[in-house]
Design a protein around this ligand. Structure first.
Ligand code: F6R
Length: 234
């Protein structure tokens, strides 16, 4: 793993944008994208740039079950607002949270990823070491699946909702196996609250109890952390 420590999330976002821009200029066509607070500075740099995205395909990590694409809390909506409305892509994929057959929607998503192998996968990390919504204990060899969110994750994500009761209880999410198949990975983590998860991911044992620890086995991972998130590293 290559570790880049920046002063704060603004500089981290700028650094991540540099990596994406370079990768795209070198031929990356399929990008795995993430939502949440962490990628916002990256997307800010992206929309302010003159990077042409007309030939790019994006595949998002996850979506809440039950939220329509035009629901302001949905990840579809987040991506439109923060990136796609201002930078149109050739094609964008986000899991279908409204699918009547969730198991089939997961299979279809695996096929989309198979047909469009991901060149650069963007990740954030949860305080419990989750990547996408792969919570502690999720098998490493799993593909796209429906996941029941843990109390911790529901609590952490409730900041985006009017009340904690409004937070969906499950999501469709790419599995760790999908993520590991990407050619390269850029993971960002900012703030002191992520410091322990960052330490476990980089220096801890590889265990399903810390889903992000599997990234130690990937040949091309860049971790961008601010000083606070790097504070527990040896
Ligand atoms: C988002 C995602 C999640 C977040 C993680 C960190 O698509 O898959 O794993 O990356 O929960 O969230 P933030 O960035 O809000 O701290």
């Amino acid at each position: 793993m290559k570790i880049i420590v920046t002063k704060n999330d603004i500089q981290g976002g700028a650094k991540a944008f540099e990596l994406f821009e370079k990768g795209i200029k070198n031929g990356a066509k399929v990008l795995g994208l993430a939502t949440g607070s962490t990628p916002e500075p990256l997307y800010q740099n992206w929309v302010e740039s003159d990077l042409n995205c007309n030939n790019l395909i994006s595949i998002n990590l996850d979506e809440y079950v039950g939220l329509k694409p035009d629901d302001p809390q949905s990840y579809h909506y987040f991506m439109q607002k923060h990136l796609f409305d201002k930078k149109p892509f050739k094609k964008t994929y986000v899991p279908d949270g409204t699918a009547s057959d969730v198991a089939q929607a997961c299979k279809d998503y695996d096929q989309i990823i198979k047909d469009n192998p991901i060149d650069i996968q963007l990740l954030g990390i949860g305080r419990n070491g989750h990547i996408a919504f792969n919570e502690p204990g999720t098998p490493f060899d799993i593909g796209t699946h429906e996941v029941k969110l843990t109390e911790n994750t529901i609590k952490a994500n409730s900041r985006f909702f009017d009340s904690i009761d409004d937070v969906p209880k499950s999501a469709i999410c790419m599995g760790t196996a999908n993520i590991m198949q990407s050619k390269s990975i850029v993971l960002m983590a900012f703030g002191e609250k992520k410091a322990h998860a960052v330490k476990e991911m980089i220096e801890g044992p590889i265990t399903e109890e810390v889903p992000a620890s599997i990234l130690q086995k990937h040949p091309d991972v860049t971790v961008i952390v601010d000083e606070a998130a790097a504070s527990e590293l040896d």
